[in-house]
Design a protein around this ligand. Structure first.
Ligand code: DGT
Ligand code: CA
Ligand code: CA
Ligand code: ZN
Length: 516
């Protein structure tokens, strides 16, 4: 896809390290304006209007102007839209200091694996919200056990991905990475590793509960040790198990440590056995070059087989999503021949089924008629447009898809995009009860931009009797790796293997399809 114009620009950058076109654009449009565009609710038209007519270049300047009532002096902007813009800026401020989990995970894994390769580093973990699997991360927290902290700290603060050192000490250092993320490293004695790992994994709310339990046993608990209140020798814990055992509890998985009932469940022996990546046998949502994917049906199948999956469903977009090259009925039929051929070739190691990711259109109708849906092995239905419709309208659209007997799975039900777009204003309890009633499966989309359903909704859905799917929505080879984020999200939602249809072996999955 590289033409002459783009090739010229690449050549210019390679030879001069500069790009005239980019410099010209930068002179025309201040870079900060891009930040204004990122506010969900201020589009390109308003961004340029604020800049040209009022000289507003940054989110802060737009916010100040809105507060002073200056925006409403512009044509097409009233008091009401000014208030909406202010609300949008506030929502933006609330989330822009956190990054997507995959951004933090990639940085954290490369840093900790380099540090663990140093002599003297015994073992270590990624801790904090990243270990708990939150969908967005405030900062990275790393922990390493070692008796010689200094060389590890030195290696950490002199890394090439470090923009500045915020703090360097014998046991704790903090840096800001080139991508703006903060990363904290603690290095401590292996004998005290367990208490530190529990402490820095958090959450803070969970830690507070643990401290209360310690106190009830006559102990104080901090990151270093348990200490008897009456005085006496510290109790050191090398491992997390020892910390929980000292409190009379089984080990609580990190994803549950949010004080959302996990302490009580641990006390009564009711901790769920959470789903793991190894439980997954099938993936029911992925794209190929037929729509907006990068690989062929065969390439996707080969990647899936290499990952040990036993069945996949190819779900290219449907005709209304023109921007993603959605398939007409005719192309859907052509694609079937190709999928059947790959399936025949790959059997019995891998089953390759034909599905669709069908648009639920803005008027609430579905993109394909029922007789076309009946020919498909699996139907995933998704909302991609009209996400800002009023609650009744957007909920009704989703409910009609759920109630269609040919629809098997609802893809990324809320349509959120992390961190910039909130999900549709859906009546989730109505969605869950309809899905439970019809046996329609709701997806946890594993793409870190989506993670939709989120942890809390996944939990609620399962409680209401809904079955879930965890799908990668893969568009390219590396996307199969994203499954881990879907699994983390599910685990945060207390989801067990039995709650998820991807854990069925291929033959049971085929029987499940036939029973629908
Ligand atoms: P984040 O970074 O906002 O995504 O969330 P966390 O959970 O990683 O929070 P962070 O980085 O401030 O601290 C890491 C862990 O250290 C946190 O989960 C619990 C523990 N911690 C930090 N400060 C406190 C505190 O003041 N009290 C208690 N009990 N624990 C704390
Ligand atoms: Ca953190
Ligand atoms: Ca931190
Ligand atoms: Zn998709």
């Amino acid at each position: 896809n590289i033409g002459a114009t783009l090739a010229d620009k690449i050549n210019e950058m390679l030879s001069s390290g500069q790009l005239t076109f980019y410099e010209k654009l930068k002179a025309e449009i201040p870079l900060e304006l891009i930040q204004v565009l990122r506010v969900n609710g201020i589009g390109p038209k308003h961004t340029m209007q604020f800049y040209k007519e009022l000289g507003l270049r940054s989110v802060a300047e737009v916010e100040a102007a809105a507060r002073e009532g200056k925006l409403r002096t512009l044509s097409g902007i009233g008091e009401k839209s000014e208030k909406k813009i202010l609300e949008a800026i506030q929502a933006f401020a609330n989330r822009s200091d956190r990054v997507r989990i995959d951004v933090a995970m990639n940085a954290a894994e490369s840093i900790i694996s380099a540090l663990l390769a140093l002599p003297g580093a015994l073992h270590g973990d990624i801790t904090g919200s990243l270990r708990r699997g939150r969908s967005t991360i405030g900062d990275i927290d790393l922990l390493i056990a070692s008796e010689t902290a200094e060389p590890i700290m030195d290696a950490f603060v002199t890394r090439s991905d470090v923009a500045r050192v915020l703090l360097q000490g014998p046991t704790k250092s903090s840096v800001e990475l080139n991508n703006g993320l903060q990363c904290d490293l603690r290095v401590l004695d292996p004998q005290r590793y367990g208490t530190a790992l529990v402490y820095f994994t958090g959450s803070q709310a969970h830690n507070i509960r643990l401290r209360e339990l310690a106190q009830a046993r006559g102990l104080t608990l901090n990151e270093n040790a348990f200490t008897p209140l009456k005085g006496g020798a510290e109790i050191l814990c090398e491992s997390e198990e020892q910390v929980y055992t000292t409190l009379g509890l089984p080990l609580i998985p990190p994803e549950l440590r949010e004080d959302r009932g996990e302490i009580e469940a641990a006390q009564s022996g009711d901790l769920p056995t959470l789903i793991t990546q190894a439980d997954i046998h099938g993936d029911f949502h992925m794209h190929t070059v037929w729509s907006d994917g990068h690989l062929s049906v065969r390439q996707m199948a080969e990647l899936a087989r290499a990952r040990g999956l036993s069945h996949i469903v190819i779900t290219d977009h449907s005709v209304s999503l023109g921007i993603a090259n959605g398939l007409s009925i005719e192309r859907l039929h052509q694609q079937r021949d190709e999928i059947r051929a790959v399936d025949a070739e790959m059997r019995p190691a891998l089953r390759v089924l034909q599905g669709t990711e069908m648009e639920i259109k803005t008027d609430g109708t579905l993109d394909f008629p029922n007789e076309v849906l009946a020919e498909l092995d699996v139907v995933v239905a998704s909302l991609h447009s009209g996400l800002r419709q009023p609650r009744e309208q957007v909920t009704a659209r989703l409910l009609s898809a759920i109630r269609n007997p040919h629809v098997d799975i609802i893809g990324h039900p809320r349509g959120q995009l992390i961190p910039d777009r909130e999900g549709a204003d859906l009546d989730m309890d109505a969605v869950f009860s309809a899905a439970a009633q019809t046996g329609t499966v709701l997806e946890i989309n594993a793409n870190p931009y989506r993670l939709d359903l989120d942890d809390a909704h996944a939990h609620r859905a399962v409680q209401m009797g809904v079955r879930l799917a965890i799908d990668t929505d893969a568009h390219a080879a590396g996307d199969f790796d994203l499954l881990r984020y879907g699994i983390l999200t599910a685990r945060r939602g207390w989801v067990r293997a039995a709650d998820v249809i991807n854990t069925l072996p291929a033959d049971e999955f085929m029987r499940w399809l036939q029973s629908r």
